[in-house]
Write a protein that binds this ligand. Structure first.
Ligand code: URP
Ligand code: ZN
Ligand code: ZN
Ligand code: ZN
Length: 449
């Protein structure tokens, strides 16, 4: 057996107990479990012991019209596991005019045998085909029940097709997440700023104002109400968007909400950096004002936001972001962050009255596990649950820098941030894969059905 001793276990409350693991499951939780000579012991003194964290929003190995992400499954999942994320839910894009199954198989091929944390997929619906309903039923048998639609970008769905997609997802009891920004309005603003010759990254937030997010959330919420089925808003960024969520809930709508570390820690001053540096912060929706940041933090304290995921979508500054040196719309959108989510959020929660380790588990592990039907195998430390476990050293401080990161990208938007504690040991599927902060076993990840 593998025994984790002397740690503080975090769930709905904190308890000082030991955990015994056999095979890939937790078999016992009790004070002072005695180890025999055949057992391996992990010392968790002065550490929190967390259920493995789930990052339900990553884009590894994604290719769009502008570029291919810097992280594939090999590098992205190494960064994830070193940062305490034991399961990622990555977005899978079906090929143009291909089926969901094809898209799913391509995604599996990219992840299989090269992933150092567990993985599963959300399927992106970028066009509504006549067969979508039956395909969604077939996908359920393969363990896929979550989908994403975009209200922005060239591959956005129109409102009627979002309605149809949600109705099809409802039939299988699945989850529909949506990128909520009004794509038509973004296009008009992009044209306006480009015609004016305002071609630097400073134009990016001007083309994605919070109104554009709020309007799309409003529309999605009404579609949800008409289909009589919950909807999930990914990467909520603004106070105005939050107001729409509150209004919809007040009117009886069921909405779950994800936000990301970038909306809690970065602000729109990053669009006024010298030279071309602001390109490093081009992601959508963009970083907002400090008022927005504060509103989202309060919404977490109030329980209005259910999950925190990264939207990790990494592009190198040199050679990828710089493609847009003369025109901001040629900068590929997205930022890295899968590796730093836990230390950043641990530190923020530690500094925020009303938040702490219990809430950290809720937003980064338990709630995503529940939303995506992985609970109670994941998202909780309990007898019978999967032995995906993170031992986090409570004290000490380190400074984030791109030089030391495992992410395969030449910068981090969190450069210089000081964070508290650090990931010390990680157990994945019952096997210790991170020891004293070092990855000792690669490619141990499996498809999390
Ligand atoms: O800028 C971003 N977030 N890129 C990734 C794709 C998305 O919209 O989630
Ligand atoms: Zn203790
Ligand atoms: Zn998105
Ligand atoms: Zn995304």
């Amino acid at each position: 057996m593998l025994i984790i001793k002397k740690g503080d276990l975090v769930g709905d409350q904190i308890s000082h107990e030991d955990i015994a693991i056999k095979g890939n499951k937790i078999v016992k939780i009790a004070p002072d479990i005695q180890a025999t000579k055949d057992d391996t012991v992990i010392d968790a003194s002065n550490c929190y012991v967390f259920p493995g964290f789930i990052d339900a929003h990553t884009h590894f190995a994604m290719t769009n019209a502008l570029a291919t992400t810097a992280d594939d499954f090999s590098t992205g999942t190494k960064a994830a596991i070193l940062g305490g994320t034991t399961t990622v839910i990555n977005f899978a894009t079906p090929p143009a005019s291909g089926s969901l199954i094809e898209g799913f198989n391509q995604a599996l091929d990219k992840a299989r045998d090269v992933s150092s944390c567990n993985y599963r997929f959300h399927m992106e619906i970028t066009q509504f085909g006549e067969n979508l309903e039956s395909e969604i039923k077939m996908m359920k048998a393969l363990g896929v029940s979550s989908y994403k639609v975009y209200l922005a970008y060239a591959f956005r769905l129109n409102d009627g097709d979002i309605y149809r997609t949600l109705a099809a997802v409802k039939q299988v009891g699945g989850v529909l997440g949506a990128h909520c920004e009004n794509g038509q309005l973004i296009d008009v603003l992009v044209e306006k700023y480009r015609n004016k010759g305002a071609l630097s990254p400073a134009s990016h937030p001007l083309c994605h104002p919070a109104e554009i997010e709020a309007e799309a959330i409003n529309r999605l919420a009404y579609i949800g109400k008409m289909v009589d089925y919950p909807v999930h808003v990914v990467h909520l960024s603004s106070q105005l968007g939050l107001a729409e969520i509150r209004a919809a809930r007040k009117a009886g709508g069921e909405i779950t909400v994800e936000t990301c570390p970038q909306y809690l820690l970065l602000d729109d001053s990053c669009y006024h950096l010298p030279g071309f540096e602001s390109a490093k912060y081009m992601f959508s929706p963009p970083a907002r004002s400090l008022t927005d940041q504060q509103a989202l933090r309060e919404a977490i304290i109030n329980g209005e936001i259910q999950t925190i995921a990264t939207d990790h979508c990494s592009y190198n500054y040199q050679g990828q972001k710089t493609l847009g040196r003369n025109d901001f719309i040629k900068v590929p959108n997205g930022i890295p962050g899968v590796e730093q989510r836990l230390p950043l959020m641990y530190t923020l929660f530690d500094q925020t009255a009303g938040l702490g380790p219990v809430e950290l588990v809720r937003l980064l592990s338990e709630n995503p596990a529940k939303l995506y039907h992985l609970y109670p195998q994941k998202g909780i430390l309990a007898v019978g649950s999967d032995a995906d476990i993170v031992v986090y050293q409570k004290n000490g401080e380190f400074q984030i820098t791109a030089e030391n990161q495992a992410e395969n990208v030449d910068y981090t938007p969190y450069e210089g941030f000081r964070v508290k504690g650090q990931v010390k040991e990680v157990v994945l599927n019952g096997v210790q894969v991170v020891k004293n902060g070092q990855l000792i076993l690669e490619n141990g990840g499996i498809y999390a059905k």
